[in-house]
Design a protein around this ligand. Structure first.
Ligand code: SAM
Length: 281
């Protein structure tokens, strides 16, 4: 029997041995190259004094890399029960360092299982990834329990996260991410890096939390204003924000912003000012 660099079975054998054929409904595109998953794990930063929260470990390619790179402990949430025996084999090779929570990451709160500092690392289906990213970025209190997020996205989504005002990709994700984190695209991955290959190019994004948001604002209110403004991104703010109340044109002007501007012309500071002024706490 052949072994990989961590002494465990190569991922192709794990997948064949446990009958883990990829399910499209669960967004399963697996990374089988441990050199690649190690590259992602290293981009997350020094893991040796951190707990890592991994979402969607699947057969465990990234999980193994996180453990090989020295993570103090990995807490992994996986929805597909077929993957649990493969993950148990990894747990046996790294005693007391892997805890698997079986279920939907959108439903499970892993906080009780983690000791700070925590880094989050995931190769997730894109829809779940975006929803989780927004939740991680918009807790009421800041700083959050996590130090950084290292996440795989469709390249287009990654570009939205790091986009600057005025660009086509600038939108809700750009404002929410850059308001409270330093966000960078780490590297891209071609479809052939995955099994089975997806249709699009992917990119790993690394977000390092700021200790304080760049500008003061209430996360819930800011989220609401930004979602409305970009929900109709071609319209002027006085139209796209109409549902927030009467006299919107003069209220936007009173916040120091030209109500005939469109969402993509506003900086993050503008959005914070607008939110504080239109929806005071
Ligand atoms: N991390 C593995 C890798 O890199 O090879 C698997 C990546 S695959 C793109 C996404 C994984 O997320 C699958 O194992 C899938 O079962 C799991 N998943 C999908 N939706 C999930 C959810 N809501 N909660 C937890 N895991 C989920």
């Amino acid at each position: 029997m052949s072994t990989a660099q961590d002494g465990l079975r190569p991922l192709r054998e794990v997948i064949a041995g446990h009958g883990l054929h990829a399910r499209k409904s669960l967004g399963q595109n697996f990374l089988l190259d441990l050199n690649l998953t190690s590259k992602i794990a290293r981009r997350a930063g020094d893991l040796s004094r951190c707990d890592v929260l991994e979402i969607g470990p699947g057969p465990g390619g990234l999980t193994r890399a996180l453990l090989m790179e020295g993570a103090r402990k990995v807490v992994a949430i996986e929805r597909d029960e077929r993957c649990l025996p493969a993950l148990a084999e990894i747990g046996a090779a790294y005693p007391d360092r892997l805890e698997v929570l079986s279920g939907d990451a959108l439903e499970i709160d892993p906080l009780d299982h983690l000791t700070p500092p925590v880094r989050v690392v995931a190769n997730l289906p894109y829809n779940v990834g975006t929803e989780l990213l927004v939740r991680w970025l918009t807790p009421k209190d800041w700083p959050p329990y996590w130090q950084s997020l290292t996440l795989m996205f469709q390249k287009e989504v990654a570009q939205r996260i790091v986009a600057a005002p005025g660009s086509k990709a600038y939108g809700r994700l750009s404002v929410l991410a850059q308001w409270r984190t330093e966000a960078r695209i780490a590297f891209e991955l071609p479809p052939r890096a995955f099994t089975p290959p997806p249709k699009v190019t992917s990119a790993v994004v690394h977000l390092e939390r700021l200790e304080q948001p760049r500008f003061p604002a209430n996360a819930k209110n800011l989220s609401r204003v930004v979602a409305l403004a970009f929900g109709q991104r071609r319209k002027m703010l006085r139209a796209s924000l109409k549902s927030l109340g009467p006299d919107m044109e003069s209220k936007i002007a009173a916040a120091g912003i030209d109500p005939t501007k469109r969402a993509e012309q506003l900086s993050i500071e503008d959005f914070c000012n607008l939110s504080n002024s239109l929806l005071p706490d």
